[in-house]
Ligand binder design. Structure first.
Ligand code: DON
Length: 263
């Protein structure tokens, strides 16, 4: 006989799957074709049932979705190399959500709100919770600080082109990618690894689920760190070139929209 906890787990898993289908398929049938026959078919229910584990919650993001990945609304990074080795690492930003929200009439060009990259007031956090002081205070003709880090890393046997959006997390993405690449980890592996991040203020380590083992968490807490598990921005676009084998790889972060192509 099931425990009441297991029973509730199964009800929740059924709810999760029904809501996924709602999100995926349902809309006004005058406008969209809802696959009702399929959704209410006993075979469909049987198939859904086989995906439920008795002892483990299914993370919702593991259920298939055709929803468009998060296309982002602000910063984009491109890593590019051609057959002659000419290369570009380009990060472009209008800063936060749709920049200033203003478009130059007739052009489709959104104006940025990079003023938030200045320290508007000493010690007051900006949109990425970064603090600054007089060195980054607003002044006429002055450029604000930027976290954008379009990067080439060269080592004797290869090259990596890397960059990302993500505000303050950009440098973390580039640093962690660089450390892994220098250690010989394949880019298709390290690009999807859970990340951890510290930015001075707030004085805490932010980490994606799975970035730290229990042992690492215990060690870090023993050393006095505050830990905060959280989703993090970051959408690395990486090209690597192995000088010995000649192999070029292009990989795109599974956290966001993007594609790595070699042709
Ligand atoms: O230059 C900077 O540091 C910011 N304007 C970057 C903003 C950003 O990456 C937003 N993207 N998610």
């Amino acid at each position: 006989m099931q425990s009441t906890g297991t029973r509730k787990h199964l009800i929740v898993e059924a709810m999760r799957r029904a809501h996924r289908d709602r999100a995926e398929y349902l809309g006004d049938p005058d406008f969209v074709q809802v696959p009702t026959d399929r959704l209410i078919h006993p075979f469909y229910a049987a198939g859904q049932r086989t995906t439920i584990r008795m002892d483990r919650a299914t993370p919702s993001e593991m259920l298939p979705s055709s929803a468009a990945p998060n296309a982002g609304t602000d910063t984009s990074h491109f890593s590019v190399i051609d057959a002659e080795g000419n290369r570009v690492a380009g990060t472009q930003s209008i800063n936060l959500f749709f920049g200033s929200g203003l478009m130059v009439p007739g052009t489709g060009v959104m104006l940025n709100n990079e003023m938030d990259d200045f320290a508007a007031k000493a010690g007051a956090p900006n949109g990425f919770r970064l603090v600054g002081a007089d060195a980054n205070a607003i002044a006429p003709g002055k450029r604000p600080l930027s976290s954008m880090t379009p990067t080439f890393i060269e080592k004797p046997d290869g090259l990596m082109i890397v960059g990302s959006p993500g505000g303050s997390v950009i440098m973390t993405v580039v640093l962690l990618s660089t450390l892994d690449w220098m250690d010989g980890v394949a880019p298709e592996e390290f690009i999807k690894k859970a990340r951890f991040h510290h930015q001075y203020m707030p004085d805490a380590i932010t980490f994606e689920p799975g970035a730290l083992t229990d042992e690492e968490k215990q060690t870090l807490q023993k050393y006095g760190h505050t830990l905060r598990e959280s989703r993090m921005p970051g959408n690395a676009q990486i090209v690597t070139w192995d000088y010995k084998s000649g192999e070029v790889k292009a990989v795109s972060d599974p956290r966001g929209v993007g594609v790595g192509v070699v042709y």
